[in-house]
Design a protein around this ligand. Structure first.
Ligand code: FMN
Length: 413
């Protein structure tokens, strides 16, 4: 390729679309049902503006911070995603890229590479768990993560098994067999560069999920076998969250990912977590959930002094990172942005995306006159009226009048 470097995430996305078979690209775009939430995650960032200064701008760009006990060079982490079949090195390439840029990653339970390999590539790895199976199986996976040296755990519980997509779900094969080859062949034949990446490894994409088992090397289920088991598992309770947190170790970093409501954020604090991510699963879960950035200010206000508050959903540029920090996040996590970078240019593509995040954040800080990420604050952003959402606010008095339905307003109307 003449110049593999790309200057925005939008360009990485265009290249990913050109390079990947249609079904694989479709799985990355995702977004459930009508796509209201996935669209709102992006629209909300566009609604937020900046209030820049003219002179006396910042000279330094201090982007380093600490999240979940890890010192990282920028407040942008890799969110856990199953990157099956995007690139033969998958999560290992992502882990190396993050290590090269000095940041941490979340490794999905649904990932294609064993946690031991990923942690060897980047010791700043948090292992992400879904609630699959019973407490015994959960405990076995936690012990495996401990033995492997995971720096922390992420429990993702916001999944409601929605599957209808108006734009049509991509066909994802159970395993790469003759039927899959037949159905994928026309798409794959049009994407020789992607096929060549796998051909070089002399292996077809392996659609198993090796982190779903208790020991490294145990026979791993396929993605769909694991998904079936997950669907049959009881939904976890807040007691389960507290149990899992305690099992991991009350003094060890533990994040609950997928919090959208103030009351849930408070329950998460009660369950003892050390961090939360305000997240709607990138719009892949319950469609109609508002953009996570709209819910962030109320949650950060309620629990930000007790736990680390992160945000994920819709981050496509460094200025989105600045906006999130200004509205109360300690750091953000990115999903699709790095998946597109990975698809476009492997490890270097993920490094490219992290560089864009750092540079864009840096430019915003210069313009806003903030030398350190810790100094970004609400004064730096223009928040239009009605932008925020106050979900699960038990005391109506906590929320501004216009956000409270008339029937709850009582004397405040
Ligand atoms: C293809 C894809 C797979 C994902 N898989 C997981 C997963 O296995 N575990 C998890 O906690 N979140 C998963 N997510 C959600 C991301 O961690 C993150 O919340 C979301 O992508 C953030 O939104 P963004 O893509 O707009 O950055 C996935 C997201 C995508 C797009």
């Amino acid at each position: 390729m003449a110049n593999a470097w790309f200057e925005t995430v939008a360009e990485a996305q265009r290249r990913a679309k050109r390079r990947l078979p249609k079904g694989v690209y479709g799985a990355l775009v995702a977004g459930s049902e009508r796509g209201v939430t996935v669209d709102d995650n992006l629209a909300a960032f566009a609604e937020l503006g900046f209030a820049p200064h003219t002179a006396g701008l910042a000279n330094g760009r201090q982007t380093a911070t600490t999240v979940m006990g890890q010192q990282i060079s920028l407040p942008v982490l890799i969110s856990p995603t199953g990157v099956q079949a995007v690139n033969p090195d998958g999560e290992v390439a992502v882990a190396r890229a993050a290590a090269a840029r000095g940041t941490a990653i979340g490794l999905s339970s649904m990932a294609s590479k064993p946690m031991e390999e990923v942690i060897a590539a980047n010791p700043q790895t948090f292992f992400q768990l879904y609630w699959v199976g019973d407490r015994d199986l959960m405990a076995a996976k936690v012990e495996r993560a401990r033995r492997a040296g995971a720096a922390g755990l992420i429990a993702t519980l916001d999944w409601s098994f929605s599957y209808g997509r108006d734009w049509g779900s991509p066909f994802i094969p159970e395993r790469i067999n003759l039927e899959a080859v037949r159905r994928y062949a026309p798409q794959v034949a049009l994407k020789p560069a992607w096929l060549w990446e796998f051909a070089k490894t002399k292996k077809l994409p392996d659609l198993t999920v090796p982190n779903m088992v208790a020991n490294p090397g145990d026979p791993a289920p396929t993605f769909f076998e694991a998904y079936g088991m997950w669907m049959q598992s009881p939904m976890p309770t807040w007691e389960d969250v507290a149990w899992l947190r305690e099992l991991w170790g009350a003094d060890k970093p533990f994040m609950l990912k997928g919090v959208m409501r103030v009351d849930d954020a408070k329950r998460a604090v009660d369950a003892g977590v050390s961090a939360i991510s305000v997240s709607n699963h990138g719009g892949n879960n319950l469609d109609g959930t508002p953009a996570s950035i709209r819910a962030l200010p109320a949650i950060a206000e309620a629990v930000g002094d007790q736990v680390e508050v992160l945000l994920d959903g819709g981050i496509r540029r460094g200025s989105d990172v600045a906006k999130s920090l200004a509205l109360g996040a300690k750091a953000v996590m990115i999903g699709r942005a790095y998946l597109w970078g990975l698809a476009a240019n492997g490890q270097a593509g993920v490094e490219n995306v992290l560089d864009l995040m750092r540079d864009g954040l840096g430019s915003a800080m210069v313009g806003l006159g903030r030398e350190s990420v810790a100094d970004l604050c609400r004064d730096d952003v223009v928040v239009p009226p009605g932008f925020e959402r106050y979900l699960g606010v038990d005391q109506v008095a906590d929320a501004p009048v216009e956000s409270v339905p008339a029937r709850h307003r009582g004397g405040r109307g």
